[in-house]
Design a protein around this ligand. Sequence first.
Ligand code: ATP
Length: 293
Amino acid sequence: MTLSIDIKGVGVHYGRTVAVENVSFKLEGNKIYGLLGRNGSGKTSLLSVLASFRQPTTGEVLIDGKITFENAEIMSQVCFIQEHGHMSDGYSVKDAIKLAASCWPNWDEQYANYLLDLYQLSQKKRISSLSRGMKSALGVTIGLASRAPITIFDEAYLGMDAPTRYAFYEEVLRDYMEHPRTFILSTHLIEEVGNLFEEVLILDNGRLLLQEESELLRQRGVTITGPAERVDEYVIGLQVLGEQTLGRTKSVTVYGELSQERVNRARTDGLELGPVALQDLFVHLTKKGGEGI
Ligand SMILES: Nc1ncnc2c1ncn2[C@@H]1O[C@H](COP(=O)(O)OP(=O)(O)OP(=O)(O)O)[C@@H](O)[C@H]1O
């Protein structure tokens, strides 16, 4: 089932704090989306509204064309997993799994058991006795086994160690291929997770800075390296995001598509053009005091 998401002029205010302001975008669904933003940029606030955990202060959220807030039918199709889950400490792992099974109609018990084994989680354990990493593993187990058409992981895997996180990324990809659905992953671990994203959204200070296919976004970032004066001349008219100088060599990061004529000119000018990692692009685009795009 493909469910579209339509965010229309959404704002989230906490008293005088404006966490999200007038954000609008559409997600067609059946893709892995990355939601990026610096600390406090409004990711959790936006995702909480998307998952109907709170009502937007302004605007509306539509899933499959329907207003989501207090719509039980739509909400059974959305699974929102946060690092600090919402499970009571008094519960056992078994209770949490049982509760999850009753919430999501597509729940796959066999898959849940497979994941519990993978993460070595005993069903008998109390939630209160789980380590931070084990709590994260329980969260992602529930998120994946829910097979909800819209599954959202809000930094849900932060507590896991690196090998467990990598196993989780592989699992997301594998299960997504077998059971296509919409995943939204918010993360600061861009280098690790970035390759999973088909489309990226960046929030900056509560506003949507960009929504772009990751491949296109990667192509928009270019580094130009060479003798400082030639690089300076070359980048005139381009959008410069950042620069580094080492002796007489300069490396400048620009954003935007380079025309074929420019690419050829780099060759004749003896300049080197290189790619920019998604993480570096993100850092440049969301730099404090930067011009953004
Ligand atoms: N319950 C709340 N009450 C008051 N202010 C809040 C509340 N939740 C979030 N905020 C504020 O809203 C803004 C956005 O916070 P939010 O948690 O949505 O950002 P985030 O991008 O998820 O941050 P992080 O990456 O650090 O988790 C911040 O200024 C934060 O202090």
